[in-house]
Structure formats: structure tokens, C-alpha cells
Design a binder for this molecule. Structure first.
Ligand code: 5GP
Ligand code: MN
Length: 341
């Protein structure tokens, strides 16, 4: 599908490589980054992974995590130097440079050969080499295929397999979403063959709840879930005060939106969360309902058809008001999807 010869040629000698991934990295973002970092190091390259923001502790087990540089005011200079000096930059699991915040313009300006491996819609044209497919369930799936295409299947060891497995497992919702194709199962079978400890990876990711987090989820479910059955919509609105009350940490609200989507008859579920003086949204939908289109049109965001996000500089109340207006224009699509299922 892709001609990988130009990349193979580029990597035919030891290179200074920077790998970066999207804001608030999830298991696919960090898994693909650390899988590629471990692979490229094995091939003799010197690799620095830079993330635009911190990420949850339940991802810290991945090999190479200790060397990740998290962009912040204090590390800005250091990140800039790595990017300036890089000969190759891998941009993984995002398609537009604005997804990596301030790092985006640094990457754009860099002289390095740029590689984009991703499965999101409408990639921005910033890369010299693109390995991209929206049919892939996860960027980790594409990274696996890319390593094979580069002729390096034997370089995939148990640590790399664990990282790749993590991203595929989470981006398919634990092998439950419609993106869980035959190819996905074949790849994860190969990863297990190469030593991925699938039971341990899923324990590391899904069973790392703190008592406080469970109390927060319980509170959100009993006090904060709003269901609008006639509109086929359910949502949570979580304020700063709610987050303070339960001392929530990065990742604590991860997956919360899925509870709203699990209600029978719901087509669209949203989590609104106060963050950085504005509101961060997570949208999830079923069937053909275009959550990404709604996120782009109303909430400065984007993403996949069934999983999208955005951010607005408004109060929580104003955001909900805007959302209730927004769903009016999607009324027919909301109803149609539910009838199909
Ligand atoms: P989450 O709800 O897990 O934060 O994000 C779900 C998906 O929506 C992500 O995989 C990403 O594709 C997309 N997404 C989330 N936030 C944003 C955003 O602010 N802008 C854009 N363009 N996409 C986003
Ligand atoms: Mn992904």
C-alpha cells in the first residue's frame, strides 16, 4: 500500500530521531511512540520521545517511559534543541500539528525529514513520508505494519509487542468496537507470539483504579449523568469543584463517557469537563453519527466518526447551552442511528 523505500533509505544510517505524539497521550499515542523508540534504538538510532503534555500513570509501565521528555515551560528550551537537531521526526497518532500545541510550530519549522504515522481523518500535509490509513484501528497497528514493511519483523521483542498491544487494545475499546477487524486479531496474535503479555498489559491499563477514582466515577454516575432519551443523548458535566472534591488526576475521567454511551437507546454521549479555564469535550457515538463533524463545527475539535473531542473557552453552563443548540441540527441523524441498531 505504501512505498517505504524512501524511509528505509533515510534510516539506513544512524540518525538523531525525535518522536512526538498528541496532547494528553493515550495508550495508542504513547504505545506507538515507545514501540517505535525501542525499535529505532535497536536499529542504532538515537531517539528522544517528546510529549506535548503529561499522561496517566497507568501508562508508565511501558519500556522507555523514563526517558520521555514532557513539554512544559521548564523543558521548552530542551525540546526546541532536540527538534532543531533532529534528522528525522516521527509524528505519531495525530494528523494536524495543532494537536501537539506549541510543539506543532517547532516541528513545522524543523529541517528534519518528517514521518507521519496515523489513522485520523484528513491529515495535514506536513510530512515528507506518510504512513496513514483511516481503516486502521490504531496507530500501533500501523506501526506494526510499518516495521514489517521495513523488513524488521525480527526486531519486535516482548517490550515492543507490549507497547503495540496496549494501543490496539485500547483504541478498539478492548476489542469491542467495530474497528476490531480480522487484521487486528491477526496482528495481536502475532504480538502475543512475539512475547506480548496480554493479560498483564490489560491489568496494567484497566485495573489501576485508585479508591478515589472509583468514588469519583460513582459520584459522576449518580449525580452528574444527564440523559435526554427523546434526543438519544446522554452527557456528564464535570466542574472544577467536582474534580477538586475527589482530588482527580490525569486519566481519572478516562472512559467515563462510555458509561453514558452504554445506555440503551443513546446515540451520542458527551463528557464536558472544566479544564485550563475552559471546557474539554469528549464525544462518543454509535453507527454513522459523525461525532467528529459536530466537534469540528461547534467545539474547535475533531477526531474519528465515533470518538471525537474538542475544547472551548467558555463556562460549563455556556458550553452545555451551545451543545443543546448544536444537537438540534443533528436531530434526524441522532434518531436514525438508534433505529438501525
Ligand atoms: P478523547 O475524548 O479521548 O480525548 O479524544 C477522542 C478522540 O478525539 C482522539 O483520539 C482525537 O482523535 C480526538 N480529539 C480529542 N480532542 C481533540 C481536539 O481538541 N482536537 C481535535 N482535532 N481532535 C481531538
Ligand atoms: Mn489512536
Amino acid at each position: 500500500m505504501h512505498d517505504t523505500r524512501p524511509l528505509k533509505e533515510k534510516l539506513s544510517q544512524a540518525r538523531k530521531v525525535v518522536i512526538t505524539t498528541h496532547h494528553k497521550p493515550d495508550a495508542d499515542a504513547l504505545g506507538s511512540s515507545l514501540a517505535m523508540a525501542n525499535y529505532l534504538r535497536k536499529k542504532g538510532h538515537s531517539v528522544q520521545v517528546i510529549t506535548p503534555s503529561e499522561y496517566p500513570e497507568f501508562l508508565h509501565w511501558m519500556k522507555g517511559n523514563d526517558g520521555v521528555l514532557v513539554y512544559a515551560n521548564e523543558t521548552k528550551q530542551q525540546c526546541q534543541e532536540f527538534i532543531n537537531e533532529a534528522e528525522v521526526i516521527f509524528a505519531l497518532d495525530f494528523s494536524v500539528l495543532s494537536r501537539i500545541n506549541d510543539l506543532g510550530e517547532m516541528v513545522r519549522a524543523a529541517v528534519a525529514y518528517k514521518v507521519n504515522v496515523d489513522h485520523h481523518l484528513e491529515p495535514e500535509d506536513f510530512a515528507d513520508f506518510q504512513y496513514w490509513s483511516t481503516k486502521a484501528a490504531a496507530t500501533c497497528e500501523l506501526c506494526y505494519e510499518l516495521i514489517l514493511a521495513l523488513g524488521d519483523e525480527s526486531a519486535i521483542d516482548a517490550d515492543i509487542a507490549d507497547c503495540l498491544y496496549a494501543g490496539i487494545m485500547t483504541d478498539t475499546g478492548g476489542f469491542r468496537h467495530p474497528n476490531t477487524t480480522k487484521n487486528v486479531h491477526e496482528i495481536v496474535a502475532q504480538l502475543i507470539e512475539k512475547g506480548a503479555n496480554n493479560a498483564q498489559v490489560s491489568k496494567n491499563i484497566y485495573d489501576k483504579n485508585s479508591h478515589e477514582r472509583l468514588k469519583f466515577i460513582g459520584y459522576a454516575l449518580s449525580e452528574k449523568l444527564v440523559v435526554l432519551p427523546e434526543l438519544k443523548v446522554a452527557y456528564f458535566a464535570i466542574s472544577d469543584a467536582d474534580q477538586k472534591k475527589f482530588n482527580t488526576k490525569t486519566g481519572d475521567s478516562e472512559g467515563l463517557v462510555n458509561y453514558a454511551l452504554s445506555i440503551e437507546g443513546i446515540t451520542l454521549a458527551v463528557l464536558f469537563k472544566e479544564a485550563d479555564g475552559g471546557v474539554k469535550l469528549s464525544l462518543r457515538s454509535i453507527g454513522d453519527f459523525p461525532a467528529n463533524q459536530m466537534a469540528t463545527q461547534f467545539f474547535n475539535g475533531g477526531g474519528h466518526k465515533n470518538a471525537a473531542g474538542g475544547k472551548v473557552d467558555m463556562s460549563l453552563e455556556e458550553t452545555i447551552k451551545l451543545f443543546l443548540e448544536a444537537i438540534k441540527s443533528y436531530k434526524n441523524q441522532l434518531e436514525e442511528e438508534c433505529e438501525k441498531v
